[in-house]
Design a protein around this ligand. Structure first.
Ligand code: CP3
Length: 344
């Protein structure tokens, strides 16, 4: 590995500078991504063509010299492989043709074989590893069992996830059944990505933070823990958007690193972690809409807040927003590299 800074930071080993990558680093804010996507015809067409996945996964690495690449795919590949019928309307979010809206569909749910139904993702992992030629590590990923259940039950995105929460409060045993199947599906999927060459894995629990305080552990974290326990050959990152109330519990989940969103205080998180887990984050993605000098200041504040101890991977608190200026991303990466070097 030519640049193993990211893996060293996840292992809480000293590094010459703070490694940086960005959630959603490949995507519509890049003109080269838009060109490839236009060539593919649609987002799903792109996601199902391994050579094009590798091309877009490498685009941000070429442009910004980031310290890790992430497989180009989506978290909704699992429910699609389960037969729920995924589509993306032009300019809209994801939709499932057959959401889980009754007991029969929940009882019929089964764990897909990733080497069959999700072979295109595993091929994307292999082709991307080859294209990277050990320049930087490749991150595999999945949605958390709970976040996948949100889309599967709701049939798409939602402001309040009312069908999911209605099920939680009326037939909790049915929600547990979905989560149990998802936990097995996610474990198999991540292990297959590791077999195909993923060198670290990340669980995206994008909607766990919408749960009531007492519901997060039984309905989200308990199932993420099952996955983390079943996937142990590479470092594992657990990210819950809005997860700040449960940081201590997340840190005890078996994950090697915890992703923080921008509402967390890095100083507090570092104390809580006590050097036992690495931390990833946590610049507000909206900070990239400021002028480059402000972006640089904001990057320095985040680095200062995490402090000098090893075990910090610089990232945003959530994905790069659409319309983010490319110059801001370039300034951010440059500042993280140069400023953190002076403090190492
Ligand atoms: O980070 C990366 O660069 C890797 C690629 C990646 C995508 N989706 C590509 C994508 C990753 C890691 C994801 C994860 C994902 N997908 C999450 C969890 C992370 C998070 O953001 O919280 C979620 C919730 C999804 C579900 C999803 N996929 C939604 C809601 C949408 C539509 C929203 C939108 O921005 O249009 C997608 C589509 C999607 N996934 C796009 C990309 C680049 C945009 C599709 C396009 O090109 O039109």
């Amino acid at each position: 590995m030519k640049n193993d800074t990211f893996l060293r930071a996840l292992a809480r080993q000293p590094t010459a500078y703070t490694p940086v990558w960005l959630m959603r680093q490949a995507g519509r804010y890049l003109p080269e991504y838009k060109a490839t996507r236009a060539r593919a015809g649609s987002f799903l067409g792109l996601a199902k063509t391994p050579e094009l996945c590798a091309q877009v996964a490498l685009q941000p690495i070429e442009r910004f010299d980031l310290d890790a690449a992430i497989v180009f795919s989506d978290i909704l590949t699992i429910p699609d492989a389960m037969g729920l019928g995924l589509s993306f309307g032009e300019g809209e979010g994801p939709r499932f043709e057959r959401p889980l809206r009754d007991e029969a569909s929940i009882r019929a749910l089964s764990v897909p074989d990733p080497t069959v139904e999700l072979r295109y993702v595993l091929d994307a992992v292999r082709v991307t590893r080859e294209a990277l030629a050990d320049r930087v590590p490749l991150i595999g990923f999945s949605g958390s069992p709970f976040t996948l259940a949100c889309y599967m039950i709701e049939g798409g995105g939602s402001d309040d996830w009312r069908n999911v929460k209605a099920l939680l409060h009326s037939r909790p045993e049915l929600l547990h059944r979905v989560l149990e199947v998802n936990a097995r599906a996610v474990s198999d999927y991540l292990n297959a990505q590791i077999d195909a060459g993923a060198q670290a894995v990340m669980l995206f629990d994008t909607w766990g933070g919408t749960l009531a305080y007492n519901d997060y552990e039984p309905f989200s974290l308990a199932y993420s823990k099952k996955v983390l326990g079943a996937v142990s050959r590479v470092p594992r990152i657990l990210f819950t958007k809005g997860g700040n109330p449960w940081l201590a519990q997340m840190m005890a989940s078996g994950a090697d690193a915890i992703g923080l969103d921008w509402t967390s205080d890095p100083r507090h998180a570092r104390k809580l972690a006590g050097g036992r887990v690495a931390l990833q984050g946590n610049l507000d993605p909206a900070a990239l809409f400021g002028p480059p000098e402000r972006v640089r200041e904001a990057a320095r504040r985040v680095i200062d807040a995490f402090g000098r101890a090893p075990g910090h991977v610089f990232n945003l608190g959530h994905g790069v927003l659409q319309g983010t200026p490319i110059d801001s991303v370039a300034a951010l990466v440059d500042e993280v590299r140069t400023y953190s070097r002076t403090r190492a």
